[in-house]
Design a protein around this ligand. Structure first.
Ligand SMILES: [Cu+2]
Length: 233
């Protein structure tokens, strides 16, 4: 979804359509995938009603092709130019007592709409290292609460205090040069002026990796990240 959104944002203001390049690649997982764990809802019977099959924890999702889902890949440098945040909100839903999506990315100043689609009480507590933490109670099905964030921040942990298994992550970025991996583990970051960049990949369980990538006009520069399970995990 992030990739589709980027297409409309990719051209820096004033740039010629033909200028700029992209970075494209995959995030791989090396080694045997960890076992998939089902979420146990316990006494909260309403939570199970929204699911065809029992949902599973999404803190480490290895795709069928050996790649990782939910990895944020972004350019760490500040790229010159004006990149207004989209007015369209990023939606973080609570549906069937899980956060959907498990990882969300918003731009600084872009509304983030928290929803409760369940007939049970949820809240969203955001833990911030940048002084932008919050706590939103959503006792009623259909509630929507929009918030915006002023400071870029990676890995803001979101939690529902009612249901211990409900966690997710929100990243807030200043610029549109990022991608979030989905079911194919692939990423593309478009519209970068030619130059050399530091690309970072961020995963909630596996940590971060960086690499240096040089982008040329009209070209797609390749980049591959490979994560392994940390020792003792
Ligand atoms: Cu909850």
């Amino acid at each position: 979804m992030a990739t589709a959104m980027m297409v409309t944002l990719m051209a820096p203001a004033g740039a010629r359509a033909s200028s700029g390049g992209s970075i494209t690649g995959q995030v791989l997982f090396e080694g045997p995938p960890p076992p998939v764990k089902e979420i146990q809802f316990g006494a909260e019977k309403q939570c199970a009603l929204g699911h065809q099959a029992p949902p599973t924890y999404e803190d480490l999702v290895v795709n069928g092709n050996g790649t990782l889902k939910g990895v944020l890949v972004y350019v760490t440098e500040s790229v010159p130019g004006d990149f207004p945040a989209p007015a369209e909100p990023v939606v973080v839903d609570q549906r069937g007592c899980v956060f959907a999506p498990h990882v969300a990315v918003a731009r600084v100043g872009q509304p983030v709409e928290f929803r409760n689609s369940d007939p049970v009480l949820h809240n969203v507590r955001g833990k911030s290292a940048q002084g932008q933490g919050f706590n939103v109670a959503q006792p009623v099905q259909g509630m929507k609460t929009a918030k915006t964030f002023k400071t870029p921040e990676l890995g803001m942990l979101l939690r529902c205090d009612v249901h211990f298994w409900m966690t997710s992550y929100l990243h807030v970025l200043a610029q549109p040069f990022y991608a979030l991996t989905q079911d194919d583990g692939a990423f593309t970051i478009q519209g970068l002026p030619a130059g050399t960049y530091t690309l970072e990949a961020w995963h909630e369980k596996l940590g971060t990796q960086t690499q240096t990538v040089t982008v040329a006009d009209g070209q797609a520069a390749p980049a591959t990240f490979t994560f392994t399970m940390p020792q003792g995990a």
